[in-house]
Design a protein around this ligand. Structure first.
Ligand code: AMP
Ligand code: ZN
Length: 501
């Protein structure tokens, strides 16, 4: 029996065994992008992490409803009740409709999701498509005594909430005094009963581009409200997992919890998972001080921060080499190391899947090594989705594959069952759980790899004949020419294999 799934719950700050609310089913909500600009690599890291988590949960046999929203209204430039709407600001700047902004950057996000091989979520709701649900939630919060209207805007009454619930600040670990200080300079403070109150409905002025009618004013919903309304609608009042980047803990997630408790009487999610930030050369990736690199720049090798180009799967592999809860520092050196690791693993898998093994014996000590290795890969994944450790366990199995391919005697006696498990383990974990693709065999790197494979089979056959005829000059010429083309040939018992350097 493999170990049960445990995960680091940000709410309790403890590792907890995962027990779904309904056996066999999981509801997972992840805060999606605010589509006012291209998603950056930091955003991509967060979504790749949740894609890996989604894939692993599905691999464990759960039926997962994965809801990842698109924020297309209400997220203000000040990340709180301050500033213009991010989408509207961009619409003015680009002189296009707000919905054109939304479409443009949603398309870009979807392109990135496809390029990085993320599975689509089960539902991808938009905030503007759920205004009625948000108005209903505001009304419920007012009815329950936790919201009040002032000059057409509605505010969440944090003081009233704290009288009845002592857990405001629990997720982010903020203390109420800090919350008050942080909220002091925000707009509309004079309308608020308490400085830490936040808007759940905002009255729009005449210049505001996106606005809807409501019982209180023509206006728009507060940013935090959309996730509460949409997660409740699609996953129920309490669901299993809520995720996002750890910069969303406060105020966004803290306020989501307060809104759910105030409207439905219960906390929205049992487990909160938070991804950590992507850094560039040790510093937070930030547009303002030029410490940033885009996915496109990495694919093309055009950023000043890199010396060469990197493929999407190398970047995905690089991201999986760190635990989702740790910061990840991107640098040229780290990406180069990831590229080597990715290629080594893919090559090992290619060799492994080609092995035609037909040993009929049942026992050899190597079987235990293989079975234990496989078990540990999945145990690491069940330990809070520890992809770096799972990768390390996978790398420990690579010498086994190479020893077999090299024809080492004891490895020939591996049981048929262990060999089949090894093949399944590699393909399940690499492709289904990690969501990687073998770029060499899927044509991802611009080479028609089917054709290349056919040509390489022919070339290696010719080289094999030359070797059998002891025609060393021909055999060497083939190897050297391939080497100049950065194609490395490796000879083993199963024949020769090749890889692109
Ligand atoms: P946003 O579009 O700003 O709402 O962000 C979308 C998601 O990306 C959120 O879950 C953020 O927490 C996450 N995110 C933003 N910046 C980074 C970063 N540098 N590293 C990792 N995740 C990030
Ligand atoms: Zn959210």
């Amino acid at each position: 029996m493999s170990k049960a799934l445990v995960l680091q719950n940000s709410l309790s700050r403890k590792k907890e065994e995962f027990v779904p609310i309904e056996e066999g089913y999981i509801g997972m909500y992840v805060c999606g992008p605010t589509v006012y600009s291209n998603v950056h690599l930091g955003n991509i890291r967060t979504f790749v992490s949740f894609d890996m988590i989604f894939r692993h949960l599905k691999y464990l046999g759960y039926k997962v409803r994965y809801v990842r929203n698109v924020t297309d209204v209400g997220h203000l430039t000040g990340d709180s009740d301050d500033g213009d709407d991010k989408i509207s600001e961009r619409a003015r700047l680009e002189k296009i409709e707000p919905m054109e902004v939304v479409q443009k950057y949603t398309n870009h996000f979807h392109d990135m999701a496809r390029i990085f091989n993320m599975l689509p979520p089960s539902i991808e709701p938009r905030a503007t498509g759920h205004i009625i649900e948000q108005i209903e939630m505001v009304q419920a919060i007012i009815n329950n005594g936790f919201g009040y209207e002032k000059n057409g805007s509605v505010y969440f009454d944090t003081a009233a909430f704290m009288v009845q619930h002592d857990d405001y600040g629990k997720l982010s670990g903020r203390i109420v005094e800090d919350l008050l200080v942080e909220s002091r300079d925000l707009k509309n403070q004079s309308d608020k009963k308490n400085p830490s109150d936040f808007a759940i409905w905002m009255k729009a002025d005449d210049t505001h581009l996106m606005k809807w009618d409501s019982p209180w004013s023509i206006g728009f919903p507060g940013w935090h409200l959309e996730c509460s309304a949409m997660s409740t609608k699609y996953l129920g009042e309490t669901f299993d997992i809520h995720g996002g980047g750890n910069d969303l803990k406060f105020p966004h997630h803290e306020n989501e919890i307060a809104q759910s408790i105030s409207s439905c009487g219960c906390s929205p999610a049992k487990y909160w998972l938070h991804t950590n930030m992507l850094l560039l050369n040790g510093k937070k990736m930030s547009k303002s001080d030029g410490n940033t690199v885009t996915a496109k720049q990495l694919f093309e090798g055009t950023s000043e921060h890199v010396t060469k180009s990197y493929s999407p799967m190398v970047i995905r592999f690089f991201m999986l080499q760190a635990h989702y809860g740790s910061t990840l520092d991107m640098s040229d050196t780290a990406l180069q190391a990831a590229e080597k690791g990715y290629q080594r693993l893919m090559e090992a898998n290619r060799v492994l899947q080609k092995i035609e093994h037909n040993y009929t014996g049942t026992y050899s000590s190597i079987n235990d090594q293989i079975e234990n290795g496989i078990k540990s890969v999945f145990e690491e994944m069940n330990d809070d989705f520890n992809s770096p450790k799972a990768l390390a366990r996978l790398f420990e199995l690579v010498p086994v594959i190479n020893s077999y391919a090299d024809g080492k005697e004891e490895f020939m006696q591996v049981s048929q069952e262990a060999m089949n498990s090894l093949k399944k383990c590699f393909s399940d974990i690499l492709f289904d759980v990690f969501g990687l693709k073998d770029e060499l065999s899927s044509g991802e790197n611009g080479i028609n790899t089917n054709k290349l494979s056919g040509v390489m089979d022919l070339v290696l056959d010719l080289r094999q004949s030359a070797r059998e005829n002891k025609d060393w000059p021909t055999s060497d010429k083939i190897r050297d020419t391939l080497s100049e083309l950065e194609i490395v040939v490796k000879d083993g018992k199963e024949g020769s294999s090749w890889t692109i350097k």
